[in-house]
Ligand binder design. Sequence first.
Ligand code: HC0
Length: 570
Amino acid sequence: DVCLTIDGFSVTVPEGTTILKAARQVGVKIPTLCYLEGINEVGACRICVVEVEGREELVTSCNTPVEEGMVVRTNTPAVREARRMTLELILANHPMECPTCPRNGNCELQNLAQQLNIRTVRIPALPRKELPLDTSTVAIIRDPNKCIVCRRCESVCHNIQTVGAIALQGKGFAATVAPVGGRYLDETNCVQCGQCALVCPVGAIYERDDTDKVWAALADPTKHVVVQTAPAVHVTIGEMFGLPVGTDATGKIVAALRRLGFDAVFDTNFAADLTIMEEGTELLERIEKGGVLPQFTSCSPGWIKFIEHFYPELLPHVSTCKSPQQMFGAIVKTYYAQLKGINPANIVSVSIMPCTAKKFEAARPEMNASGYRDVDVVLTSRELGRMIKEAGIDFANLPDENYDDPFGIGTGAGQIFGATGGVMEAALRTAYELATGKTLPKLDFVEVRGMKGIKEASVELNGKTIKVLVAHGLGNARLLMEKLKAGELKDYHFIEVMTCPGGCIGGGGQPIPTTTEIREKRIAGIYERDKNLPYRKSHENPAIKKLYEEFLGKPLSHKSHELLHTHYTP
Ligand code: HC0
């Protein structure tokens, strides 16, 4: 351990601890801007500078380790002036468009200017050349004018996702983080996961806003507008309205969507159950008939794009199942349209997703098996939050309402899709019972839960040991893919990959901030809801049984294949 003093307080911390972290232990919150715990600790912005006795220059506290006997001062005239000057320089080079910025009210630069009590910028605004926005993808918009070169997006894209679509370009005041070689995002390997948007402190990279399309559909009396809400959204949207992190706001989401004017409010959890029926059956079939194993989950669209870009030779491992979002869309435009006697051409299918890549998935040309787009508009959690605010709905005080029939029932298995390991656990609950005809002695597969990057479990099925792996964050997925290619995963049967750290609760469209601690609380909220639901296994969902009886026949039927499955072309 190392002993030092910070602002007169002594503190003892393990060797290697940064001054920034040590200071937090004695209740001193040093301001930061580029800092992102465990991901971007590079001292790029110099907001976190402090004085260290015996050193001539101020040091950046986020990446300077403590030393024995160090005397640190975090709040001296020199420190305050340096921080202010740094911030004023950033502000002099930043468009002052706060009222119309997507991050207005939730911007770390704004907050910091407030915290440092900046009232004037002493440096004249620097001459800036207005650069065009990158609107090349359906999911993510990049505004290079607002980039403050903190490099958080670059760190996440390279180190966590191992995608490397963006990097530092240019020098000095012209520097920005952008696709290499002046290209557009859609010309790179970007998987549109939106983790960059989640960590951007300002409005330099953000989700495309599709709320206008939804407002227009809701105002059109000739349209029947249906909406589905993803598993992860249940426990995250409340954060935008002051509810504690991890609160299950399901009933309030339904009430809010009804007040916004949707004609039918459905639960993606239902379609997650449907996916389990199809994907679980597919797995059992691959095992029995000697198909390509291990089978990979296919519901996380950033992961699909990742494997298409980086490991196309492994595509035969990917389940042919569409994601729950897309399955839902296909069922709405067929079975539901028939049931209600509505022309599918007049149905607008909207989904509320924690994910930016879902916008890309919905726009894939092949996602129209019914003859119509499966899903017409995808809104992220953040966009729905904005619509609710714009409509003046007092979300936190809404009564709890129930989803509409016939897709209003989702099981706990569907609910846990929103957390890493959830799809696997849901699949095991069903595959076990379908394959053995026995009731599972223990429903909770805790081995596959939690924030560990790669998790592993096994289950006995009729005398055969089924081995499974779970990865979240594409860097972890890459590790597994490399092992698979090296022949090390031959005896595994099923691999779940979720693009985003923590799974969908950490999706690129989720409320900001999304930190590790927040992810953990959201995960707890997911499993809490699972525990309290009347049905916890997908095959026991009465609405799913009815759908098979009335429409699909059985899993992997001809109709299922036509509507619920897809194919991948390398
Ligand atoms: Fe997910 Fe999904 S669970 S990807 O993580 O499978 O986005 O929440 O909606 O589709 O159900 C996201 C979340 C979904 C889908 C489901 C899956």
